[in-house]
Design a protein around this ligand. Structure first.
Ligand code: PGA
Length: 264
């Protein structure tokens, strides 16, 4: 079981949705919809264009603001890219790296992600590293092996002293988005176990404390099942949390289930 189980993480990736004004509105509504003082670390990951000034809105609730990607170089001839110093200058807390859609559509490789992870942690950012196997890898019985390989390569050279700013999201590619199939506990549990074992092998005792979240078609109906898994430290939600009502609803269900499921 994870040593971080008492601390629950809950957040959403807005993908390519919302203008800057819409994200400000979303956060304002969240402030009303989500009760103060919950035992949870919230985070929201909007498009780059929504990031300026967002820290001031998110700050009072303790919500982390994250970016959806960054380049590994601090500056340079990389047209269309965003660097870690650009993010930290906006007060961004966290960067998500390796989301399945970026691995697919932007052809991000594990080796590039290794450079990004190290650059982000080196710049003082938190990193939410997404890992997960594709449908065919699962069919071949290579789900755990795929995720283990991603962790080995993506986290290569990360010093254990930086692990307190590292979070992992397990998101099976086949479960993400409109076309995704929600995973059952029996599919999630073995991979989470392998992730924890790999983190401990890579980082020793520190690996036990790295939060491991689950994401992929999490919604109001199924969130209780995932939240009750004590090996998980949080949920990473897409579509179901893109409105304040949706976000607050899934969060409330998850925390309720968590409270019931956790050993007293
Ligand atoms: P989804 O997205 O919840 O809409 O499947 C999850 C994700 O891509 O992180």
């Amino acid at each position: 079981m994870s040593q971080t189980a008492s601390r629950f993480f809950f957040g959403t990736n807005l993908k390519m949705h919302q203008t800057a004004a819409e994200t400000r509105q979303f956060l304002a509504e969240l402030k009303t919809a989500v009760p103060e003082g919950l035992p949870v670390q919230l985070f929201v990951i909007p498009p780059f264009t929504s990031l300026p000034g967002l820290r001031d809105l998110a700050g009072p609730a303790g919500m982390w603001v994250g970016a959806q990607n960054m380049h590994w170089a601090p500056a340079g001839a990389f047209t269309g890219e965003i660097s870690a110093p650009m993010l930290t200058s906006l007060g961004v807390d966290l960067v998500m790296l390796g989301h399945a859609e970026r691995r697919r559509w932007a052809h991000e490789t594990d080796q590039e992600l290794q450079k990004k992870v190290n650059a982000a942690l080196g710049a003082g950012l938190r990193v939410l590293l997404c890992v997960g196997e594709a449908a065919f890898e699962k069919e071949c019985g290579a789900g755990c092996a795929t995720v283990e390989r991603q962790l080995h390569v993506n986290l290569h050279d990360v010093p254990p002293s930086n692990c307190d700013r590292l979070l992992i999201a397990y998101e099976p590619v086949w479960s993400i988005g409109e076309a995704g199939t929600p995973a059952i506990v029996g599919e999630v549990a073995p991979v989470i176990g392998r992730i924890r074992a790999t983190l401990c092998r890579l980082f020793g005792a520190v690996g036990q404390r790295i939060p491991v979240l689950y994401g992929g078609s999490v919604n109001l109906e199924n969130c209780r099942v995932y939240a009750a898994m004590t090996a998980l430290d949080g949920l990473f939600v897409g579509r179901a949390a893109w409105t304040a009502t949706g976000f607050a609803g899934v969060l409330a269900e998850a925390l309720h289930s968590r409270k019931e499921g956790l050993p007293q």
